[in-house]
Design a protein around this ligand. Structure first.
Ligand SMILES: *Cc1c(COP(=O)(O)O)cnc(C)c1O
Length: 427
C-alpha cells in the first residue's frame, strides 16, 4: 500500500511506515494514493468474517505482508462476533460492541496492536493516544502487558463516563493514564505536540494509536462487509449505512469499503451538536466551534482528524457527494430518539441513537437502513438508565473494571508538563 501525506504530497510512505509513523509532516495524515477494487465481491460476501477480513486486508495492504501473516493477525484481533439485528422492518442495527471493551474501537485497536507487535519487534515503543472515551480502553486492552510497549493515554477529565474511564485507568503495569484539565481537542493537541517534538519522539519510540493511524482504519473496513453479508442478497446494493461520527474515522473506513467494492448505496455521518462537518457540507466553510459536551461524549470533537481523508475521497469523486449525508442531532432529540427506539424493544445508548436518527432523517422509502451501535448501552449506564428509566445489567468485563480503583494522574492542559513527565518516566 503506497500512501502519501495529504498536506505534503512529496512525503510517500509504505503501509508499515505509515503505521509506525502515525502522523506525517506538517501534521498531515497519510492516505492511499489510489484504492484498487476487489476482484470478486460476491464470493467474498459468502465467506466467514475472519476469512473474508484477511482477504480484504491483504488486498488493501498489498505485498508488504505475506497473506498468511495477515490471516494470523486478523484471527488474533477479530476474536469476537459482529451482529446485525433487525430492529424495525428494513432497519437493522449493526452491533459492534461485542469485543473486550464493549465498543467498536476494539476492532481497530486490536488490529493495530497486531501490526505494531509485528513491525517493531524488540524496539522500545510508546503508544501515545488521546481518547474521547472508547479508544483508550480498546488500545489499553489490546497492548496490556505486551513486552517493550508502553501506552500513555490522555483523556478529558470528567468528560467521559465512569464505565469508559474504568475500563482503561484500572489496568496499571504498562498502561499510564492522565486526566487532562481540558477537552478532547486539547488532549489531541498535546498528542500532536509530542509528535512534533523530536527528542520525545526518539527517546520514547513514540507511536500514535488514535484513529489517525491507518491500521485502525483498514481494520474497520472489514465489518462493513460483514454487515452487508448478513443482509438478504436483494437488499445489499440499496443499503444506506448511518455512522455516528466524531473524529470521522469510522465513516472514512466505510467509504474506503465503498470505493473498493462494498455494495452500499449511501452513507450518513451523523454528529451530535459538534457539527463542523454538517455545516461544512452546507456552505463549504471549515469553521470549527469550541467543543460542546454532550451525552454522546465519544463524538465531542469539533476538529475531526479524519475529515481530510473523507474529503479527499469525495473531492476525487471516488464516492459521490450526492450519496453522502452529514447531519447533526441535538441533545433533546438524542434523548427522544433513545425513548423511541426503546419502544420497539431495543436499548440504544446515545451514540447509537444518533446514528438511528441520522438514518431516519435521510433514508429513501425503498432502501434498507443500517445504523451502527458503536457501544454497549452499559458503557453509558448513567445516562441510559436515567433517560429510559430502566436498570441495566452490567456485562462482566465492566462489572470487574468498575470494582477496581482508578490509577490515572491529573495533569494540566500544558504540553511542557506532559513532556517532563514522559521523559522522566519513559525516556
Ligand atoms: C469513537 C466513537 C464514535 C465516533 O467514531 P469516529 O471514528 O471518531 O467518528 C462513535 N461512537 C462511539 C461509541 C465511539 O466510541
Amino acid at each position: 500500500m503506497q500512501l502519501h501525506n495529504l498536506k505534503d504530497d512529496s512525503q510517500k510512505v509504505s503501509f508499515v511506515e505509515a503505521v509506525k509513523t502515525g502522523l506525517g509532516r506538517n501534521q498531515g495524515v497519510f492516505f492511499p494514493e489510489s484504492l484498487a477494487p476487489l476482484a470478486d465481491v460476491d464470493s467474498l460476501l459468502d465467506m466467514d468474517f475472519v476469512t473474508r477480513s484477511s482477504k480484504i486486508l491483504s488486498h488493501l495492504i498489498g505485498d508488504e505482508l505475506p497473506a498468511d501473516t495477515v490471516a494470523q493477525m486478523v484471527q488474533n484481533a477479530f476474536n469476537f462476533p459482529v451482529k446485525l439485528v433487525e430492529v424495525e422492518d428494513n432497519i437493522y442495527c449493526l452491533e459492534l460492541f461485542h469485543g473486550p471493551t464493549l465498543a467498536f474501537k476494539d476492532f481497530g485497536g486490536r488490529f493495530m496492536a497486531e501490526c505494531l507487535a509485528q513491525f517493531s519487534q524488540g524496539e522500545k515503543t510508546t503508544i501515545l493516544t488521546a481518547t474521547s472515551g472508547d479508544t483508550g480502553a480498546a488500545v489499553a486492552h489490546a497492548f496490556y502487558n505486551k513486552p517493550n510497549i508502553d501506552v500513555v493515554i490522555l483523556y478529558p477529565k470528567g468528560k467521559i463516563s465512569l464505565a469508559q474511564q474504568k475500563l482503561f485507568t484500572t489496568l496499571g503495569n504498562n498502561i499510564h493514564c492522565y486526566a487532562v484539565d481540558g477537552s478532547f481537542d486539547d488532549c489531541q493537541a498535546m498528542v500532536k505536540n509530542a509528535f512534533l517534538d523530536d527528542e520525545v519522539k526518539s527517546r520514547l519510540g513514540l507511536n500514535s494509536a488514535n484513529s489517525i493511524n491507518i491500521s485502525r482504519l483498514v481494520a474497520q473496513v472489514c465489518y462493513y462487509f460483514e454487515a452487508i453479508a448478513q443482509l438478504p442478497k436483494e437488499q445489499r446494493a440499496k443499503a444506506h449505512i448511518s455512522i455516528p461520527s466524531g473524529n470521522f474515522g469510522n465513516v472514512c473506513a466505510a467509504m474506503i469499503g465503498a470505493v473498493i467494492g462494498l455494495p452500499v448505496a449511501k452513507l450518513s455521518a451523523t454528529t451530535n451538536q459538534n457539527d463542523t462537518v454538517p455545516r461544512f457540507i452546507l456552505d463549504k466553510n471549515w469553521a470549527p466551534n469550541a467543543t460542546i459536551e454532550s451525552l454522546s461524549n465519544a463524538m465531542d470533537v469539533s476538529k475531526p482528524n479524519n475529515w481530510p481523508r473523507v474529503q479527499t475521497m469525495l473531492d476525487n469523486k471516488w464516492f459521490s457527494y450526492d450519496d453522502f449525508y452529514s447531519t447533526s442531532v441535538d441533545e433533546n432529540d438524542t434523548q427522544a430518539v433513545m425513548k423511541k427506539i426503546h419502544q420497539t424493544g431495543y436499548v440504544a445508548e446515545p451514540h447509537t441513537a444518533i446514528a438511528y436518527q441520522g438514518l431516519k432523517a435521510n433514508l429513501a422509502t425503498d432502501s434498507t437502513g443500517i445504523f451502527l451501535a458503536t457501544a454497549h448501552p452499559a458503557k453509558f449506564k448513567e445516562s441510559v438508565e436515567e433517560i429510559l428509566n430502566i436498570e441495566l445489567e452490567m456485562p462482566k468485563p465492566l462489572a470487574d473494571a468498575l470494582a477496581k480503583p482508578c490509577l490515572a494522574e491529573d495533569i494540566a492542559d500544558d504540553y511542557d508538563i506532559l513532556r517532563e513527565i514522559l521523559l522522566a518516566k519513559l525516556g
